[in-house]
Design a protein around this ligand. Structure first.
Ligand code: SF4
Ligand code: MG
Length: 334
């Protein structure tokens, strides 16, 4: 196939100081170029860990990652170096990800040089720097090149961080809560920029967020993560309009305004109860202590994924047997 895919399966262990922690389990995802995939979950669900595993910042203890159909081996080989260039991470906090003592010019020049894209000579470098700033709509570029991070707004800083990632000529952007620390008024602008870059540069974007309403607006596909596992997936419209998994239903029900595009305020708390510890997750379905529909077997048996209609799936015993026979209230209302 021509599409680009990152996929990993199996179990990962994130080494902690004193013991290994099962950070994410049995996570499998495929990112296609020219599309946005949202990974939605509460803080502590393991969604940032997935991004860091895909960016090779954490070692994979089992499972595998493919790029363009080829398995990627961690290490120092050429395929690994090419992977690290092709898959770029954008962090939540643009304050922390840019060095305060260096200018925009420094950050972008360094990225271009590391990836062998600075060109030969000053004029070509200047042209490439200008092109990067134009790409992220910081115009006119000469007004930004010699600024320090503290002279820029949060949104401008995040655009510089995006420009730096583009300096590597990536195929994949892993955007970990890219707008959650920005003013509400500028979030949409940054999401629209990412959308535009996805189309123009044919990028695969993994959009990590706790805001399921923004996933509906921004992402083609939505995956919902709970306690280290992906519990529901499908196209964003279906998952947000007809959520199948009780956890997704809870997320939607507790969103302050499901029709807004980006959250008016930070909303990390979701319904009753706390997400479980990943060190010692509950047996059976990990959501069972909070699930209003929990049945006896949910306490002991881990539900597999059941395929529903239109490519939607849910890891929930409610859909056993006939996956298309949904039993949730949303379906009855639909
Ligand atoms: Fe609730 Fe059981 Fe479904 Fe888990 S498997 S979400 S506990 S109904
Ligand atoms: Mg996080």
């Amino acid at each position: 196939t021509k599409h680009f895919a990152v996929r990993r399966t199996g179990r990962d262990l994130l080494a902690g100081k004193r013991r290994a922690v099962h950070a994410v389990d049995d996570v499998s995802l495929r990112l296609r170029r020219g599309t946005v995939t949202a990974l939605v979950g509460e803080s502590g669900s393991g969604k940032s860990t997935v991004a860091r595993l895909l960016a090779q910042l954490y070692p994979l203890t089992s499972g595998e990652i493919h790029l363009g159909g080829q398995p990627v081996k961690a290490g120092r080989g050429r395929s690994f170096r090419s992977y690290v260039r092709r898959v770029q991470l954008i962090f939540q906090d643009p304050f922390a990800s840019l060095n305060p003592v260096h200018t925009v010019r420094y950050h972008l020049t360094r990225a271009l040089k590391i990836h062998g894209r600075a060109g030969s000579g000053e004029a070509e470098l200047e042209k490439n720097l200008t092109a990067l700033l134009n790409r992220v709509q910081l115009t006119p570029p000469h007004q930004y090149l010699d600024k320090f991070p503290h002279e820029l707004s949060g949104g401008q800083r995040q655009r510089v961080a995006i420009a730096r990632a583009l300096g590597a000529d990536p195929q994949v952007l892993l955007a970990d809560e890219p707008v959650s620390m920005l003013d509400v008024s500028i979030r949409l602008g940054v999401l629209n920029l990412l959308k535009d870059l996805k189309d123009r540069l044919h990028l695969a974007i993994l959009y990590i967020t706790h805001d399921i309403a923004s996933a509906r607006y921004f992402a083609d596909t939505t995956l919902v993560m709970y306690a280290g596992r992906i519990v529901e997936g499908g196209d964003s419209e279906t998952v947000t309009q007809r959520p199948a998994h009780p956890y997704t239903q809870l997320l939607i029900a507790s969103a302050p305004d499901p029709d807004r595009v980006v959250a008016e305020e930070e909303q990390e708390e979701t319904g009753s109860g706390e997400p479980p510890s990943l060190i010692d997750p509950p047996a059976g379905c990990r959501f069972h202590p909070r699930c209003p529909k929990a049945m006896e077997r949910c306490r002991t048996e881990l539900p597999p994924r059941f395929d529903l209609a239109d490519g939607q799936w849910a890891a929930c015993w409610l859909y056993e047997g006939d996956g298309t026979a949904r039993t949730d209230d949303h379906e009855k209302e639909a």
